[in-house]
Design a protein around this ligand. Sequence first.
Ligand code: 13P
Ligand code: SF4
Length: 311
Amino acid sequence: SLAGVDIKEEIKRLRKERNAVILAHYYQDPEIQDIADFVGDSLDLSRKAAETDADVIAFCGVKFMAETAKILSPEKIVVLPDLNAGCSLEDSCPPDKFKEFRDANPDHIALTYINCSAAVKALSDIIVTSSSAEKILNQIPKDQKIIFAPDKHLGAYMARKTGREMLLWPGVCIVHEAFSETELLKLKAKHPGAPVLAHPECPAAILDHADHIGSTSSILAEAKATESDTVIVATEPHIMHQMEKALPEVTFIGAPGADGNCNCNICPYMALNTMEKLYIALRDLEPRIELDEELRVQAKKSLDKMLEMAG
Ligand code: 13P
Ligand code: SF4
């Protein structure tokens, strides 16, 4: 039983004892973000995982992120507080179906969003994140045909932005898919002048009303630079913790779902990680991410390409 255990203190003690680094995504619970050594977007977190000299990476995010850390830093022990922390985008793209799609389009390269399994990374040419997709896309010769998987909204947004046609895999993020255009318009009418900051995983109908579109770190940077007293945030609401800490005088409002509030936009996978499970992961060094070595080496190729091209 955890009764009587000071979870926060134990996490801090174990982190030292294990020479562990705690990496957290902006969609994690505020308590986890506050105890982490580093909080970032998917690209920042991949870079940190590749660079760290810690012996243990306690990854507070979802499984594809912890797998990425293991692919890039195989000699480290990588623990994920809850192994069931998946992602609807990863689920939408089973490796066998993805392989069939690639085989049916042999003249296309596969540009794949990092939100996918290690097996899909191994079947891809270049991995991208929302903060690196445009830069990477612009380095690919104009006549090269491209498959973009698995997020159709990010893919469509990138296609619009760069003027490139791409074959899109039909995956969606269930969190960003849940925003309601009607409710967003009502909220905007209530707060005239409040800028809307949106993640490119949102459908076009939401992005059409956004003043700024970008990855979590880009949304956060934009929020911190605001001169407005109210800002509307169309991404997973836990990121507002960092905004509220940085600018306590500004009101940050999560974009609403069909019910008119932003609670339906909490990522149910990210929410599986808790302080208690982080403590147990550091204590037991379980549950660990383990990958087949051949698969890891193959998946690393497309990830290395991303790190190289993202600069
Ligand atoms: P970024 O942090 O790279 O913007 O990704 C958002 C996301 O949905 C992660 O699951
Ligand atoms: Fe996946 Fe969406 Fe959750 Fe990110 S927010 S982990 S894309 S389901």
